[in-house]
Design a protein around this ligand. Structure first.
Ligand SMILES: CC(C)(COP(=O)(O)OP(=O)(O)OC[C@H]1O[C@@H](n2cnc3c(N)ncnc32)[C@H](O)[C@@H]1O)[C@@H](O)C(=O)NCCC(=O)NCCS
Ligand SMILES: Nc1ncnc2c1ncn2[C@@H]1O[C@H](COP(=O)(O)OP(=O)(O)OP(=O)(O)O)[C@@H](O)[C@H]1O
Length: 198
């Protein structure tokens, strides 16, 4: 029986950092953010729906989505975010589910689903255990502003578009505290994997 772990957290909390460690251990990771990019490529159904809903002004010159522009719209406006989610999320869910089934059929003992909005979108039924990558909000804000080159207000809008990380702690089966160094996070990951496998 495969164990399916849901890896979640908040924006810039360190999910990719942890998922890269898992990949280095040859553990398969299905990444919702990667799939969310694939399903909005030109020619895909979700791409057409987004252009219809948001207009050609959210396209770059090469006709791909201008993600910076779309992000600045949807993180500042809950209604527009709900519209985008309604277009993208069903396609992401379907693809994740079929990738998960394929890995289980291939007898992988451990499969990880990296889903930032696991709790917000009520997707816990897709996984056996939930692993949360937690950081304090001040660390999250700081890392997000630096990584995405955002103003404090823009970064705060993005954090506010998700459930607070502190509220996710009590919903998770295990928590990694990523306030410290990357090496400290790796040590926590190793202990958590041994614990979740029991
Ligand atoms: C708005 C978009 C174009 C911005 O693209 P960008 O390349 O700047 O960010 P990226 O996709 O890498 O997402 C970074 C992080 O933002 C957060 N985030 C993204 N979308 C959302 C959302 N709709 N609600 C809350 N948080 C979100 C997640 O923590 C995610 O890990 C893009 O995030 C998007 O299409 N979002 C809608 C789909 C979605 O919900 N994706 C998240 C997981 S399915
Ligand atoms: N322990 C750490 N110490 C210092 N910087 C870190 C640490 N962990 C992650 N970072 C940095 O913080 C930023 C966010 O980390 P990461 O991209 O892994 O988060 P994420 O949860 O995958 O974000 P998102 O879902 O928004 O893409 C990155 O720039 C990363 O290099």
């Amino acid at each position: 029986m495969a164990l399916v772990i849901g890896l979640t957290g908040g924006i810039a909390s360190g999910k990719s950092t942890v998922s890269n460690m898992l990949k280095e251990m040859n553990i398969p990771v299905i990444d919702a953010d990667v799939i969310a990019r694939e399903v909005v490529e030109p020619g895909e159904k979700a791409y057409e729906q987004i252009v219809e809903a948001f207009g050609e002004e959210i396209l770059a010159v090469d006709k791909t989505l201008n993600r910076v522009k779309l992000g600045s719209i949807i993180f500042a406006d809950e209604q527009k975010r709900t519209i985008l989610n309604g277009i993208v999320h069903p396609a992401v869910r379907q693809s994740m589910l079929s990738q998960k089934e394929k890995l289980i059929e291939a007898n992988e003992p451990l499969v990880v689903l990296d889903i930032p909005l696991l709790f917000e979108s009520n997707l816990t039924h897709l996984v056996d255990k939930v692993l949360l990558v937690y950081v304090d909000e001040s660390v999250q804000l700081d890392r997000l502003m630096k990584r995405n080159d955002l103003s404090e207000q823009e970064a705060m809008n993005r954090i506010a578009s998700q459930m607070k990380l502190i509220e996710k702690v009590s919903l998770a089966d295990a928590v990694i505290n990523n306030n410290g160094s990357v090496e400290e996070t790796k040590q926590q990951l190793l202990s958590v994997l041994a614990f979740l496998d029991k």
